[in-house]
Design a protein around this ligand. Structure first.
Ligand code: SAH
Ligand code: SF4
Length: 369
């Protein structure tokens, strides 16, 4: 059973206009709203008490009525490579994951979730194995990045990049994902080119996204280069087969003038063969793209192993003969279950608390026309 606790309103849910109206109603001078706004989104403080240029009485009034964020940190793990993985508890008890990756070149990348669970059922994915629970609101998506930005700010550091590559399928929650992306750009000041949306390949949404004319980057999870093999891994391929998908990708690249990325999870002996690499090379012929290969993170519900290094290198070398650049993504936070959905699975297994918030949703019902 989920216990829903009463709570204060979330201050990050207010627009600058809302805040201006609120503070005017409280008899505050006009400039106060901008001061509070700057504390929230520029200085990124984590308490009203730290808003030191506000009168104490106002700080207390704000604290009595609002909270700084709707997410509760439920569990956190720190990797030896600096990666931080967080499990957030939402107001209704749902758990979602976010990851912060720190790179030597000063990139600080937050990987955030767009849904609690996922309806797409990709067989090797821990989130897919859980099923779908609910859509996240735009605020819930946005705040995952904001919390990391806040922590980094406290250390004199800055969040530089955001990827929508955590739990869930961003294009199955299209409007909220795009609204969150707009807030990342407008409120947190993250440049569009430093934001990436990763999709399993919902064709109508890829076309719609191309038409948004945002400079945000697109990654498509491919994982196989024939329909039979892709459908076996990603059930969504039966609805949107490769021909339609690649045509939508070509449309995006033409429309945006941008290079796009394909994700390819390498599973030993399955999709890492020279034949697959050649088929992929032919499929992507002439498309301005980059391929990210990542050896599989093993999950409980899928019997497969990551490809060995020699196979990864061979795969990349074959793609190079088609003039396709490919890189092997470093597996970050592998010691802390940083694969999508893996921390949540582990925590839930450990707690075995009974009660299941996850509903099973038919994939067909979840897909756009
Ligand atoms: N739903 C979106 C974004 C979230 S998944 C999508 O599918 O693109 C982010 C990436 O992680 C996808 O490329 C997905 O295929 C990959 N992934 C999921 N489970 C994985 C696993 N066990 N090992 C390696 N990559 C995995
Ligand atoms: Fe969903 Fe992406 Fe996992 Fe597939 S890989 S089940 S689309 S989160």
């Amino acid at each position: 059973m989920t216990i829903v606790l009463p709570q204060k309103a979330d201050i990050y849910g207010l627009t600058l206009q809302d805040l201006t109206g609120l503070l005017a109603g409280w008899g505050q001078p006009k400039f106060r709203a901008k001061q509070v706004w700057d504390w929230l989104y520029d200085s990124r403080v984590d308490s009203f008490d730290k808003m030191t240029n506000l009168p104490r009485a106002l700080r207390e009034q704000l604290d009595g009525a609002y909270r700084l964020g709707a997410l509760e940190v439920d569990a956190e793990q720190h990797s030896v490579d600096g990666t931080v993985k967080r499990l957030f508890r939402l107001h209704d008890g749902q758990l979602i994951e976010s990851v912060l990756m720190e790179y030597d070149d000063e990139r600080r990348t937050a990987c955030i979730s767009t849904q609690a669970g996922c309806a797409m059922g990709c067989v090797f994915c821990a989130t897919g194995q859980m099923g779908f629970a609910r859509q996240l609101t735009a605020d819930e998506i946005f705040e995952q990045a904001l919390y990391f930005a806040r922590d980094l700010e406290a250390k004199g550091d800055r969040l530089s990049n955001v990827v929508l590559m955590g739990m869930g399928e961003p294009f199955h929650n299209y409007d909220n994902s795009i609204a969150a992306v707009r807030r990342l750009m407008n409120d947190l000041g993250i440049g569009a080119r430093h934001i990436t949306i990763s999709t399993v390949g919902l064709v109508p949404m890829i076309r719609r996204f191309a038409d948004e004319d945002l400079q945000v980057k697109l990654a498509v999870s491919l994982h196989a280069a024939t329909d039979a093999e892709r459908s076996a891994l990603l059930p969504v391929n039966r609805r949107y087969p490769l021909n339609d998908l690649i045509a939508a990708c070509r449309y995006y690249v033409r429309k945006s003038g941008r290079r796009m990325t394909f994700e390819w999870t390498l599973i030993n002996g399955q999709n890492d063969t020279p034949v697959q690499a050649h088929t992929l090379g032919q499929l992507l012929n002439g498309l301005n793209c980059h391929v990210n290969v990542i050896p599989l993170n093993p999950t409980g519900g899928f019997e497969g192993d990551p490809s060995v290094t020699a196979r990864v290198e061979q795969f990349i070398a074959i793609l190079a003969t088609y003039n396709i650049t490919a890189t092997s993504r470093v597996r970050r936070g592998i010691d802390i279950d940083a694969g999508c959905g893996q921390l949540k699975s582990k925590v839930e297994r450990a707690r075995r608390a009974g009660g299941d918030d996850t509903a099973t949703v038919d994939l067909e019902d979840a897909l756009p026309e």
